[in-house]
Design a protein around this ligand. Structure first.
Ligand code: AMP
Length: 181
């Protein structure tokens, strides 16, 4: 978990490569879907551009499909999830268990805005413009509180300070993963 520009995509990709986990990057899967010229694709595109959440049913379908398509995987890194309490609860209902750990990348608002604006310039990502970033931050801060409490009570939450260089943050991620094995 983490707000836009906290570095979760980069870190999840690196952890998946190092430990052989399947990386389920929801933002990435949704961006692919949003490029399709279908009613569903256009709806997802509009929601993302507004910085709002795609309906939970769609998200859980994507996660289930991704997990079921890789039954041999030694683990799954679900990146950008859950973003609201309902997603956390539905995940447990569908998968039948809680995750092993929930990593939260903590970052100041200034850092997140700076990183997302830079990514928008480099990667031409449509929702990395100032207006969408502001709304994504608002969505994150409004909805993440109950999710954090939910996992804190289950003692599954692990906060990582994500202000430093990516390699330093990665070292912290590796310690967390290795402490689980
Ligand atoms: P991200 O790449 O993680 O910043 O996600 C980009 C956008 O995809 C978000 O602003 C949401 O519109 C959508 N999105 C990603 N993950 C989720 C999720 N778990 N639930 C709902 N919408 C999501």
């Amino acid at each position: 978990m983490g707000g836009p520009g906290c570095g979760k995509g980069t870190q999840c990709k690196n952890m998946a490569t190092k430990y052989g986990f399947c990386h389920v990057g929801l933002g990435q899967l949704l961006r692919q879907e949003a490029q399709r010229n279908t009613q569903r694709g256009r709806k997802i595109h509009d929601i993302m551009l507004q910085g709002l959440l795609v309906p939970t049913g769609t998200i859980l379908d994507m996660i289930s499909n991704a997990m079921l398509s890789r039954p041999e995987s030694r683990g799954f890194l679900i990146d950008g999830f859950p973003r609201e309490l309902r997603q956390a609860k539905e995940f447990e209902r569908i998968v039948g268990r809680a995750p092993d750990i929930v990593i939260v990348f903590d970052c100041s608002m200034d850092t997140m805005v700076r990183r997302a604006l830079r990514r928008g310039r480099v990667e031409h990502r449509a929702d990395d413009c100032e207006q969408a970033i502001r709304q994504r931050l608002e969505t994150y801060y409004t909805l993440c509180g109950p999710v954090l409490t939910f996992y804190q009570q289950k003692k599954l939450l692990c906060n990582i300070l994500a202000e430093e260089a990516p390699e330093n943050i990665f070292a912290k991620c590796c310690s967390v993963i290795e402490s689980l094995q």
